[in-house]
Write a protein that binds this ligand. Structure first.
Ligand code: TMP
Length: 195
């Protein structure tokens, strides 16, 4: 089973996906918990240089870098684990590209076309907060260096695009979760969608 957890920066994706991975492992599943952008490819290192150093890069070039990293991730990590009958939980996927790169001005159809060949998840859980303020407070609490997209105006736009994902990917399954709820509560909302 291929599960994606997506949502804006600070929405609690990693906490929720780690908790879900733990729960599924306890039930006896072979779970691979992974994320995008990866931290294993040369492309991912290039992406992180742009995200951290504020170097300006053409949004379409950045879009292509995310696609390239995803292609390597899908072929060398995701598909092999699925082929062995395992569960893959992936933090962020092509939906992050759709939301972030289109919010940066890249043509939406271009992002969809670039990602069209990748496997469709069985289900994608999208964590959305009541407002970008919640996200900014969480990001500030982490105390790490700010990344390129961690600004209130950008995240407000991103939240709106996330809400409309089903319009752009009509044949894919999305379940929206409230990022303001405790992890335990979201875990129980996830469970019915996994059978
Ligand atoms: P992370 O904070 O989850 O490691 O992701 C780094 C940033 O990359 C985050 O702000 C979202 C952004 N991103 C994109 O812009 N496009 C993509 O395709 C992906 C996977 C992430």
């Amino acid at each position: 089973m291929f599960i994606v957890i997506d949502g804006p920066d600070g929405s609690g994706k990693s906490t929720l996906s780690e908790a879900l991975a733990g729960q599924l492992r306890a039930q006896g599943h072979s779970v691979l918990h992974t994320f995008e952008p990866t931290d294993t490819t040369e492309t991912s290192r290039e992406i992180r240089r742009y995200l951290h150093c504020g170097d300006s890069v053409d949004p379409r070039v950045l879009c292509d870098l995310f696609t390239k990293d995803r292609a390597e991730h899908v072929s060398s990590v995701i598909l092999p684990h699925l082929a062995q009958g395992g569960v893959v939980i992936c933090d962020r996927y092509k939906y992050s590209a759709f939301v972030y790169q289109s919010s940066q001005g890249v043509d939406r159809d271009y992002v969809i076309r670039s990602n069209a060949a990748f496997p469709v998840p069985d289900v994608t859980f999208v964590l959305l907060p009541s407002s970008a303020d919640v996200l900014m407070r969480r990001i500030a609490r982490r105390g790490k260096a700010e990344e390129a997209f961690e600004r209130s105006g950008f995240l407000t736009r991103a939240i709106e695009v996330y809400r409309h994902l089903p319009d752009y990917f009509p044949n894919e399954k999305f379940v929206f979760l409230d990022a303001d709820l405790p992890t335990e509560q979201n875990l129980s909302l996830i469970e019915p969608h996994l059978s």
